[in-house]
Design a protein around this ligand. Structure first.
Ligand SMILES: Nc1ncnc2c1ncn2[C@@H]1O[C@H](COP(=O)(O)OP(=O)(O)O)[C@@H](O)[C@H]1O
Ligand SMILES: [Mg+2]
Length: 285
């Protein structure tokens, strides 16, 4: 096909040899199938800032580190330099996340770098070499649903223990190949420690997966993986190998009130004892 303008620089640099076809054009990006030497790969071209929708909302950016203070000042002021910096941070966020996911052992496309706002990555394919379908187009048996839900929960745990939350995980951002689910679409990935929205974003991600797989294996709808993994993460006890149960006892308020009352009672009794000891010591005099 005719080479899209945004991919032209990659052709000139020898990173891409041929653009085979357009795969998708969404709100945030246009995705192409390209040939790089003998390899068939995927090229994701980000839309320019003004044409994108929700994913660069402030709530996702919170906690992203900008080390250089001139840059962060410029970004706060919204100058042209600042906007360019913001844009390049945004464009590199996904490739950065993909490298970190690969290091954490999460099933996601292998990244090959991001050049001029074009992310080159592995094209996820099915058994016959066709582009892998999205989870929302796949009908599963209950066993497949249970197995794939288990696999995705394990991947979410690996991500979280590496400090990353997807932030937009749904059946539209998971592909299915012959080994199971593959997580895609991460430009909005959230810093699990620094971002104040981390907890509810994790919960939304996990519950989206539960609700989708739960259509095929309804018993999954009873699970509480989000709360279980967040509690362990907050307590510093979550590792990539943590085996979860899907159960979580929510601390009830009554229990809290009881234990506070008990503590007050204990302190009161201790004080009574102390006063009694002082009195009896005085009596001895
Ligand atoms: N690595 C990949 N391999 C195969 N298909 C992909 C890959 N990355 C994206 N796609 C396809 O392109 C679509 C859009 O990509 P995505 O990263 O979700 O961007 P967005 O939803 O922001 O437009 C996906 O739903 C999927 O169908
Ligand atoms: Mg998407």
């Amino acid at each position: 096909m005719k080479i899209p303008k945004r991919i032209q620089p990659l052709i000139e640099d020898g990173l891409v040899d041929e653009v085979l076809r357009q795969l998708m054009s969404g709100k945030e990006a246009t995705v192409y199938v390209v040939r790089c030497g003998s390899e068939i790969r995927c090229a994701k071209v980000y839309k320019e800032a003004g044409k994108r929708s929700f994913k660069q909302a402030v709530q996702y950016r919170e906690g992203r580190k900008v080390r250089n203070s001139r840059r962060s000042r410029a970004m706060e002021k919204g100058s042209k330099f600042g906007r360019d910096e913001q844009e390049s941070l945004w464009q590199n966020a996904e490739v950065d996340a993909l490298y970190r996911l690969a290091a954490a052992g999460v099933r996601a496309p292998t990244p090959y770098g991001c050049f001029d706002g074009v992310l080159l990555m592995e094209l996820v394919t099915d058994d016959s070499g066709d582009v892998a379908p999205r989870l929302n187009d796949v009908v599963l048996t209950p066993e497949q649903a249970r197995r794939d839900h288990d696999a995705i929960i394990k991947d979410i745990v690996r991500m979280l223990s590496a400090g990353i939350i997807h932030g937009d995980l749904s059946e539209f951002n998971v592909l299915v190949d012959s080994h199971g689910p593959v997580i895609i679409d991460l430009p909005q990935a959230v810093d699990a420690v620094a971002n104040n929205n981390a907890e509810w974003m994790l919960e939304r991600d996990v519950n989206n997966m539960r609700n989708y797989y739960g259509m095929f294996a309804p018993e999954l709808l009873e699970t509480k993986y989000a709360k279980e993994m967040w509690a362990l993460f907050e307590a510093g006890k979550l590792t990539a190998h943590t085996e979860l149960t899907g159960h979580f006892e929510e601390p009830t308020e009554e229990a809290d009130v009881d234990s506070v009352l008990q503590e007050i009672q204990d302190a009161f009794e201790e004080e009574q004892d102390r006063l009694a000891r002082i009195n009896s010591a005085n009596d001895d005099d």
